[in-house]
Design a binder for this molecule. Structure first.
Ligand SMILES: [Zn+2]
Length: 429
């Protein structure tokens, strides 16, 4: 069996702290990495994410990531026509250096492909509470969801296209990956799965995003009855506040019932209209980006980093967006749970993605070498990925990986009889 790539993600501060060549040496030797990407626009998240302290960073125990900062050198001309620009780091050790160019310069001589990721959030909360307050998603009562930008806002659309265009036309990269968060799925999302829980989870989007004026305008342009949606979805939303006794009674009855989510959709056409409006909005957001970027650079690989357990509740129709994207990365990191029973979920998640995107789309499966992963689980994750039709492996993420689990990646690939060869035919004779 052939996999085309093993892809490793790196952060600007990894390059600063550990040094690029040293990291690439380890990744090539222990994991057969032949592709890298920089998390070029990174959200507010402590690193390492899944453990208290770094396992191998020589300079610090933790890195306190700034909120939604850019680690390349944005070209101001690309953003000149819009209102939103990417924000630079305030960290004196990080700012004023082009970390993406450094990654490209270090990776290319090794024959590696290189990419950039635009991660979960593209605008920092400080600006969302200030001069960019109007781009924030609103719930049905007008309350903002801090961290969620509205994908129907014209300025957000212009910004999204500019980000991709900037990276695609000013850097020698092969792919641009994103795991942008979509519409807010609602403030009260139950985690247990049962008939009624799924129905309540679905009803929960009534407390999610977005109901801003730009969504209203987009809905009107599609001929939707926005007022009818507001009336019926608003009723459901009020049920999540016990002080609205009539609506709350109905929701409690739903929660205690055997009603399915399907039944709720049949009963509530306005809820379905809202659900479909959100997925159509996300699809058209990425379609516009794809058209703009591919017109400027036809060969660029637009990659979706798929992370949601309930993508449709944040407005992602994986099948529709998968047709627009050139490749899809699964972001399942079950290995790091340390729980062998979670591997059944990994298998189901990968099957779910393959089902949606078809057998021919370039599909990358992630593996986590982070605590509490074990070498055995890493190897099992590799085998599951191969059995689920992955074309490549990606490592999430090097910064928090313990060396025994990194070594298990190469060992797992070799034990499974997988050959890493970018130029290999997909199917051997
Ligand atoms: Zn909106």
């Amino acid at each position: 069996m052939y996999w085309k790539e093993v892809v490793a993600s790196l952060y600007a501060w990894d390059l600063l702290d550990e040094g690029l060549d040293r990291m690439l040496d380890v990744l090539e030797r222990d994991t057969l990495t032949n592709s890298t990407y920089l998390v070029a626009l990174m959200h507010d998240e402590k690193r390492p994410l899944t453990d208290f302290y770094y396992p191998h960073n020589p300079r610090r125990k933790v890195y306190w990531t700034e909120d939604s900062r850019a680690y390349w050198q944005p070209n101001p001309d690309v953003y000149a026509h819009g209102r939103i620009q990417p924000r630079a780091s305030d960290n004196p050790e990080i700012r004023n250096h082009d970390w993406l160019q450094e990654l490209i310069d270090g990776s290319r001589p090794r024959g590696m492909t290189v990419g950039a990721e635009l991660s979960h959030t593209w605008v920092d909360k400080e600006r969302m509470q200030g001069e960019l307050a109007d781009i924030v998603q609103r719930d049905i009562f007008g309350t903002p969801f801090m961290g969620n930008i509205c994908l129907n806002h014209p300025d957000v659309r212009a910004y999204g296209q500019a980000l991709y265009l900037d990276l695609a036309t000013h850097y020698d990269i092969d792919f641009i990956q994103t795991c942008l968060v979509g519409f807010h799925p609602g403030r009260q999302q139950p985690w247990a799965a049962s008939n009624a829980q799924e129905a309540v989870r679905l009803a929960g989007i009534s407390t999610g995003g977005c109901f801003c004026e730009h969504c209203r305008n987009a809905a009107a342009a599609q001929g939707l009855d926005w007022q009818a949606i507001l009336d019926r979805v608003g009723w459901l939303a009020k049920g999540f506040d016990g002080h609205n006794h009539q609506q709350s009674f109905e929701l409690r009855l739903l929660r205690e019932s055997s009603t399915t989510a399907t039944a709720l959709l049949v009963e509530e056409p306005e809820l379905y209209a809202f659900l479909k409006f959100r997925t159509d909005s996300v699809t058209s957001f990425f379609r516009e980006i794809s058209q703009t970027v591919h017109a400027a650079r036809p060969a660029i690989d637009l990659r979706l980093n798929h992370f949601a357990a309930y993508p449709e509740l944040m407005g992602l129709d994986l099948k529709a967006v998968g047709q627009i994207m050139d490749s899809v990365r699964s972001s399942d990191y079950s290995e790091q749970s340390g729980d062998p029973t979670r591997m059944a979920w990994k298998r189901a998640y990968l099957h779910g993605i393959r089902r949606a995107i078809g057998v021919d789309k370039y599909f990358l499966s992630a593996i986590s070498p982070r605590p509490k992963a074990t070498p055995e689980l890493v190897k099992e994750g590799i085998l599951v990925s191969a059995q689920c039709g992955a074309d490549a492996l990606t490592i999430g993420h090097y910064d928090g990986a313990w060396p025994n689990c990194l070594r298990a990646i190469r060992e797992g690939i070799e034990e499974a009889g997988i050959i890493i060869d970018r130029n290999a035919p997909m199917f051997a004779d």
